[in-house]
Design a protein around this ligand. Structure first.
Ligand SMILES: [Zn+2]
Length: 167
């Protein structure tokens, strides 16, 4: 029995699924698609790593990956969650960062090298405006429209924007 999908084709299908909360990003852009394997019987195993709580919705993504692979012809799909190594916003690809920027969402800054990330009560002030590029912007709220974004405002162009919180 030859598999309907090769591992490379399955990875492409799974990686093209978009994030439910940041729909300009695919799972490949987010860097959360860890492994895609196809066994000799054609069963596909996908490993995803969760981002922080609620961003993006892991269950919704698992269902979307399953549905996309079945739509591409796979009959047996299992999507599992791997916790290590933990995902950080540094795993967002350069292409993903460019897409965020193009959508008016500030990409996250560096997540900090190694070790647990301290809880920040105020976001760093050096988040540049994704619309006009002004270096100094102010945080309006730690809580943006999604769990993973904060709401900021640019004094230069007056525009509010979302910024992905570094983690
Ligand atoms: Zn601006």
């Amino acid at each position: 029995v030859s598999p309907v999908l090769t591992a490379a084709a399955a990875r492409e299908v799974a990686g093209a699924v978009v994030d439910p909360e940041l729909p300009m990003l695919t799972l490949a852009d987010l860097g959360i698609l860890r492994e895609v394997a196809v066994d000799r019987a054609g069963a596909i195993q996908v490993s995803l790593t969760p981002t922080y709580l609620g961003c993006p919705a892991l269950e919704a993504m698992r269902a979307a990956v399953d549905a996309a692979l079945r739509a591409a012809g796979a009959e047996r799909v299992s999507v599992r969650t791997v916790l290590r190594p933990a995902w950080t916003t540094d795993d967002i690809t350069p292409a993903g960062r460019a897409k965020l920027q193009a959508a008016g969402v500030a990409p996250p800054g560096p997540a900090g090298a190694g070790g647990p990330v301290p809880v920040r009560l105020a976001a760093p002030s050096g988040v540049p405006c994704p619309r006009c590029g002004a270096a100094q912007t102010e945080q309006v709220s730690r809580f943006g429209p999604t769990a993973c974004t904060a709401l900021r405002r640019c004094p230069a162009c007056g525009e509010p924007f979302e910024a992905v919180k570094p983690r």
